[in-house]
Design a protein around this ligand. Structure first.
Ligand SMILES: *Cc1c(COP(=O)(O)O)cnc(C)c1O
Length: 333
């Protein structure tokens, strides 16, 4: 086995793998298991925590006193970095796509109360020059004798991928404990590090599942290309002898809705129905779209060769709070 890079402990691991019960889908099989990565912590929760255990370890090893992160105005990644920085005594500088006068709610509220310095930029600047902007901020810290460590969107690089490579060790123990052998793992895919990590981790830890990503932003082609890039960069840095070409991955583009962060009424209805029957809280940006995709594909028979499938609950509850006004009274009756 390849030696994993240095890691710090941020998440409350291991998270439960829980059989979904009392949620009526009109069919019994395959059974749906939920990996509760929404429970990696309280404020510091969700899938980003696993990736940050490796990325922030590298930041600390490099002597950084400041973490730089970027994302949308309601970025879960940025909120996780803001909280982790506060927990570890590191300064945090966030580059958020959005307006300075944005409402104090959800993730942004947590960013602010955790004392993060925030630079607000336009969608155009975010798309075309996020790295030059972060590098300029890092240079500015350097001129003051400080050392900043910039992280790309979602911490989805070859280092952050280790979060979900190592989550596969956990899944392996979960599967043994419940005596199941799931053939599919379904998850939302945004910046791809979670899916890339699961693809590699399942091979390295000899698990039998294929991943099915539900795209929440970007085209399927660009996401697949990013996954291939993740795998090749990982190989180049950590394991030149591992063959990463042609590893199976699938991403579906039809469940992303009108756009990133925008959801249709059926998504809010699903959130309400799952919460009411199970107490599991999905979010409208990532997990509810992915769970909807899982249910649709299951109904269409995609998983008919499987007895058990796994849904990765990647978190996102604070993004739900930021969209509270979009729940109509009929949806929460
Ligand atoms: C970031 C995020 C994702 C997507 O994970 P990627 O590794 O960026 O593909 C899914 N769900 C939630 C709640 C997230 O915050």
């Amino acid at each position: 086995m390849i030696t994993p890079p240095t890691r710090i402990s941020l998440g409350r691991l291991n998270t439960p793998l829980q059989l979904l019960e009392r949620f009526d889908t009109g069919m019994d099989l395959p059974r749906i298991w939920v990996k509760r990565d929404d429970l990696t912590g309280s404020g510091l929760s969700g899938n980003k925590v696993r990736k940050l255990e490796f990325c922030i370890a590298e930041a600390i090893e490099s002597g950084a006193d400041t973490l730089i992160a970027c994302g949308g105005i309601q970025s879960n990644q940025c909120r996780a970095v803001a909280i982790a920085g506060a927990e570890l005594g590191l300064s945090v500088h966030l580059v958020l796509r959005g307006e300075e006068n944005s409402h104090n709610t959800g993730n942004l509220l947590l960013d602010r109360i955790c004392g993060a310095t925030i630079t607000y930029i336009s969608a155009d600047d975010y798309r075309s020059r996020i790295w030059p902007i972060m590098n300029a901020i890092a240079d500015e810290y350097a001129t003051r004798g400080r050392k900043a460590y910039p992280m790309g969107p979602g911490a989805s690089n070859e280092l952050g991928m280790w979060g979900y490579i190592s989550a596969c060790e956990e899944l392996k123990r979960d599967f043994a404990e419940h005596q199941i052998d799931p053939r599919y793992v379904v998850l939302p895919t945004g910046t791809t590090g979670t899916q890339s990590g699961l693809i590699l981790g399942s091979r390295l830890h000899k698990l039998n599942f294929n991943t099915l990503g539900i795209a929440v932003s970007g085209s399927v082609d660009s996401l697949k290309a990013k996954i291939e890039k993740d795998l090749i960069r990982w190989k180049d840095r950590f394991s030149p002898t591992t063959n990463v070409l042609g590893l199976y991955n699938e991403i579906l583009g039809e469940y992303g809705g009108p756009g990133y962060g925008i959801a249709e009424p059926h998504i809010y209805e699903l959130i309400t129905r799952l919460a009411t029957s199970t107490g599991i809280i999905l979010d409208p940006v990532y997990t509810a779209k992915a769970f909807f995709g899982l249910l649709e594909e299951r109904a269409k028979g995609r998983f008919s060769d499987a007895e058990d499938i796994v849904f990765i609950h990647t978190g996102g509850i604070f993004g739900l709070m930021a969209q509270s006004h979009l729940f109509s009274s009929s949806q929460i009756e």
